[in-house]
Design a protein around this ligand. Sequence first.
Ligand SMILES: Nc1ncnc2c1ncn2[C@@H]1O[C@H](COP(=O)(O)OP(=O)(O)OP(=O)(O)O)[C@@H](O)[C@H]1O
Ligand SMILES: [Mg+2]
Length: 306
Amino acid sequence: MTFAIETRRLCRAFGDITAVDGLNLAVPEGSVFGFLGPNGAGKTTTIRMLLGLIAPQSGEILLNGCNLTRNRSGALSGVGAIVESPALYPNLTGREILTLAARLSGRPVKQGIEALERVSLVDAMDRKVSGYSLGMRQRLALARAMMGSPRLLILDEPTNGLDPAGIADMRALICSLPSTLGATVFLSSHLLSEIEQMATHCALLDRGRLVFQDRLEKLSSAAPSVLLIETDRPEALVQRFLDQNVLAEREADQVRIHLSLSREERQALVNALIEDGIGVSGLREQKPTLESLFLKLTGEGRGLPQ
Ligand SMILES: Nc1ncnc2c1ncn2[C@@H]1O[C@H](COP(=O)(O)OP(=O)(O)OP(=O)(O)O)[C@@H](O)[C@H]1O
Ligand SMILES: [Mg+2]
């Protein structure tokens, strides 16, 4: 397998704070790779190192197989990025900003306009950016990052602060990038649900260290989802599961069990319970939260934003 990003024992501290601690990332080419972690985990610090904006204290970074320290311009040549809230020029129009960015990077101006087309900003490109919504500004930043069809896009919290419609637009755009640009996308987020909807692969960062890195579906199996069953006989139901060695807890008139069941299996379960005289008035699945995943993977709970 070839990797768009590889880091080896990457470290960076700020004074006493170790922000990134021995990070070994392996981001497969063509993936949408979610870089997940709570506030302060070290996501932005990692991304700033990947882009050569700050130097690591130790460790190596390879971008598209090219060593960033030894050949900086070669490593960064196929890379587009958005890091935190990108500074834009409010008094310029979208077209002017992309034209300027094209000229500064020695590209034909038409590449800037093509990028605006890709993010559906052509209709608004002659308006000043000060009048753009946050979602439009974020799409403009993505257009700037996409200019010249980079092989690798690195996006730091690209949906942060957007409303649901803006998030849906950005999500659709990001998911389309591997097929339309042939690009690998590396994006950070503190929201598990965001990453679940976009990523093919993901890594979980906890206080500068990786606690998980694999295909996305492996993450769900790391913390099986919880089923909540509403019933008229919660005690009997708990006992029934315990008899089958399935962990079950009563919560008022609900029973919580830790099991991942397909639709068919759930239906079969409801039928079996009714046959046994246990009435079921509702059954819903509770997806694992980022916190429950951390609990499972690190063996400790933390107060995380969901
Ligand atoms: N320039 C800096 N000077 C001092 N400390 C810093 C600096 N940049 C980051 N840190 C610290 O390093 C740690 C990691 O910060 P970082 O911004 O990388 O986290 P993050 O995962 O991006 O968080 P968020 O979700 O809030 O964006 C934090 O403890 C932060 O306070
Ligand atoms: Mg950050």
